[in-house]
Design a protein around this ligand. Structure first.
Ligand code: MG
Length: 177
């Protein structure tokens, strides 16, 4: 049966290959004295950094999982296992760029990314624009399509005790062919 035309002034729903793909990513890392604090590809001056096998950039890790998830192309742990010495202290922006290359060759393009960082410290607002620009370059999109938001956990739980921080990222992809 032929599809009924949508009401005037509205667009037909995007379905199948044309529909945008949505992915979610989560990451958390412990704070550690004497480690660098790299977030969103930016080195932030701080006495306390983040522990991890790589550079522990939780923003990059959450975004990497979000874009891989949206494309159905696995996850960051499978792409960069922490059992591999090659990933020790690895630059996470480079991991994000590798994930972008993987989804590009699978026929996807990143459309937009939104990130929430949940941490009592550090304050991210003064670094936000630099992070957005760095992430946008890695993702191959405009910085206006990258959002980084900071919020506290109202002093509750492990985040409230400043044991570490968590990031949640959502990404949308479109087909590039
Ligand atoms: Mg991580």
């Amino acid at each position: 049966m032929p599809r009924k035309a949508p009401p005037r002034g509205t667009s037909p729903p995007l379905t199948g290959e044309a529909a945008p793909r949505v992915g979610i990513g989560y990451d958390s890392h412990r704070f550690a004295l004497g480690r660098p604090l790299t977030l969103g590809g930016i080195l932030i001056p701080s006495e306390i950094g983040l522990a991890g096998h790589s550079d522990a950039d939780a923003i990059c890790h959450a975004i990497t999982d979000a874009i891989l998830g949206a494309a159905g192309l696995g996850d960051i742990g499978e792409m960069f296992p922490d059992s591999d010495p090659a990933n020790k202290d690895r630059d996470s922006i480079g991991m994000l760029e590798a994930a972008v290359r993987r989804l590009t060759s699978a026929g996807f393009a990143v459309n937009q990314v939104d990130v929430s960082v949940i941490a009592e410290t550090p304050r991210l607002s003064q670094h936000r624009d630099k992070m957005r620009a760095r992430l946008a370059t890695a993702l191959g999109i405009d910085s206006s399509s990258v959002s980084v938001k900071g919020k506290t956990n109202e002093g509750m739980g492990w985040i409230g005790r400043k044991e570490g921080l968590a990031c949640i990222a959502v990404a949308t992809l479109t087909r590039n062919r």
